[in-house]
Ligand binder design. Structure first.
Ligand code: F6R
Length: 602
């Protein structure tokens, strides 16, 4: 979603702003802009599309100044046009904003005597602030007063005419970081944007606003009281924003999976036992409730099988946007687990707030331990995947699975459903996975060949049984996200209850089926497809391939693995299929159209 940067520097600031915005590109955007103040005067440049268009605009029409703010916009209110791009100005004020101002219509009505130049909710913030300045308030007081009138979610940065040493920053519902330099100060919607500039970061808390000058920052809480917030050293993120020789971040992240999964496994198990999950006790838990969106939701749907089969715990899995409004009963003895790569997904955060005080334990399984979801939970379990830049989630999905597998094993052991020997066996299966994933990655060539044909399809079905069913849905999501081919994932057994009507020779069916207890049934489903001229691409192991025989469109042979944790291994071909199909189609793999990395609006 949108990205914010702000710099009070010692040099010309436009190149630094654009460079920092580049580091936020991964969040997804459709226009960009910067504003500076020079010789007391505000000015701005904005452009639709990629940042290169903004850079071009700056080459033709440079923007001088050592103080500035910048923004990448992902359109919500109003189309991606230059006039809707941020920064928005109103006379002496320029504003950049992430989030949504929910009462913007009301505010616009109140300000109808003023001239608006965009369709955005954000412009009302700039206009309101200028209105307070017209009434005699100083820029600081006008910005603070403006915040009192805003409803909704925001991270905001204000810049003012005549104020070359001031940015006012504010956070409510959308994160904002303040970076400390040597005689310079920075603002960023995440620490990644500020990586090359500083590693000393202060995160604003909910409701905080801050007066940033080159000398430092004065932070006030929602009530206007001076607030002391910790300044932390966040490890330099610069290296992780390198593609490491790969064509795309997504490819880099797919190939990083053996390493990041190993990191996760070493963190959460030692000497055949699950470790380091203090604060989590499933002994008295009567139900696990897991809530997430998108890919993270599919990770939960896989983990449901583990909690139920290994730990004997009833487990609900919900899409956050549905869960938050369903107002379902929450058992006071339940453990609620919220899974989110970014830790900022608006629906997941809202669902968490609904459950707080109702469930016995609220657990955040996140990739960003400083995120809002982490901060509002009782227990934080980081997935340790490292920064994920590709919009389509890959290594975070892998480590969500790895982390949830440990939670389920721990729950099973605490509840006496497995003994120490079985715990060791299960952890051994997990420990073997990085090596097996490397073997799966070595199948890239074979996948590449078949995807040349797959890329011609208009529609693709993915089938799976048991824990491979949610993986089929994840495979379909990956494919549609980055190749724009329509794809759906179904439980194999559900095929003849409807989707089989779609089958003909133009609809490839990808069957993800390790040889397990239900494999025979999957073979029958494949036969049903093939009997209708459907093209089956079977992904299985050597035993499965031998049993399935000939007649498939293609068969990809994966290493053998205990079926309980097969979804982690089979995620790799699912990701490579999506990636190579997208390459054949020539789509924008790392920043697919309309998508954002961190979805901070409903
Ligand atoms: C798909 C994808 C999304 C996210 C979803 C939740 O590849 O990345 O479906 O999984 O938007 O995001 P987080 O995990 O940040 O809450």
């Amino acid at each position: 979603m949108c990205g914010i940067v702000g710099v009070l520097g010692n040099h010309e600031v436009a190149p630094t702003l654009v460079e920092a915005l580049k580091r936020l590109e991964y969040r997804g955007y459709d226009s960009a802009g910067i504003a500076t103040v020079q010789d007391g005067k505000l000015d701005r440049r904005r452009a639709v599309g990629k940042l290169v268009n903004l850079s071009d605009a700056l080459v033709h029409d440079p923007l001088p100044g050592k103080s500035g703010i910048g923004h990448t916009r992902w359109a919500t209110h109003g189309q991606p046009t230059v006039s809707n791009a941020h920064p928005h100005t109103a006379g002496r004020v320029a504003v950049v904003h992430n989030g949504i101002i929910e009462n913007y219509r009301e505010l616009r009505d109140r300000l109808r005597h003023r001239e608006f130049t965009s369709q955005t909710d954000t412009e009302t913030v700039a206009q309101l602030c200028e209105e307070f300045m017209d009434q005699g308030l100083s820029p600081r007081d006008a910005a603070a007063e403006t915040l009192n009138h805003l409803e909704g979610a925001y991270a905001l940065a204000f810049l003012f005419d005549g104020e070359e040493d001031l940015i006012v920053a504010a956070r409510k519902g959308s994160p904002l970081a303040i970076g400390h330099g040597e005689g310079e100060m920075f603002v960023g919607s995440d620490a990644i944007a500020l990586g090359p500039l500083t590693d000393r970061i202060t995160y604003l808390e909910e409701g905080d606003y801050a007066f940033v000058t080159r000398q430092g920052v004065e932070i006030r809480d929602a009530e206007g009281r001076l607030a002391n917030r910790e300044t932390r050293s966040i490890p330099m993120q610069a290296a992780s924003l390198d593609k490491g020789g790969h064509k795309h971040f997504m490819a880099k992240e797919i190939f990083e999976q053996p390493v990041v999964l190993s990191d996760c496994l070493s963190q959460y198990s030692d000497d055949g036992q699950v470790t380091l999950l203090e604060g989590l006790d499933f002994t008295e838990t009567d139900r696990v409730s897991m809530v997430a969106c998108g890919t993270a939701h599919y990770a939960c749907a896989v983990a449901k099988y583990w909690f139920e089969q290994l730990a004997g715990l009833p487990c609900d899995v919900d899409i956050a946007s549905e869960f938050r409004y369903r107002e379902g009963p929450v058992s006071p003895a339940s453990t609620a687990i919220f899974v989110s790569q970014s830790g900022e997904t608006a629906d997941t955060l809202a669902a968490l707030r609904y459950v707080q005080e109702k469930a016995a334990n609220v657990v955040a399984v996140v990739n960003v331990p400083e995120s809002s979801i982490a901060r509002e939970s009782d227990v934080i379990v980081p997935i340790l995947a490292g920064v994920e830049v590709g919009v389509a989630s890959t290594k975070a999905f892998m480590n969500q699975l790895g982390t949830l597998a440990h939670l389920a094993i721990m729950a099973a052991r605490q509840r006496g459903r497995i003994d120490a020997e079985r715990e060791r066996e299960l952890l051994n299966v997990l420990r073997g996975l990085p090596g097996l994933i490397n073997l799966a990655l070595a199948q890239e060539e074979a996948i590449m060949r078949r995807t040349a044909k797959l890329a011609e399809a208009r529609s693709v079905l993915f089938l799976g049984r048991g824990a491979m069913f949610p993986l089929a849905m994840e495979g379909a999501l990956k494919l549609k996200e980055i190749s724009y081919i329509h794809a759906e994932g179904y439980a194999s057994g559900e095929l003849k209850h409807g989707p089989i009507a779609l089958i003909d020779k133009s609809v490839p069916v990808i069957v993800m089926a390790p040889k397990d207890a239900l494999f025979d049934k999957t073979i029958s489903n494949m036969q049903e497809v093939m009997a209708r001229d459907g093209k089956v691409w079977l992904i299985t192991d050597a035993d499965g391939a031998a049993e399935a025989g000939d007649g498939t469109w293609d068969t990809l042979v994966m290493p053998r693995i205990d079926p309980v944790f097969a979804p982690l291994l089979y995620a790799v071909p699912a990701q490579l299929i999506a990636y190579h199909t997208a390459l054949h189609k020539g789509t924008d793999v790392d920043q697919p159209r309309n998508l954002a990395k961190s979805v901070t609006v409903e």
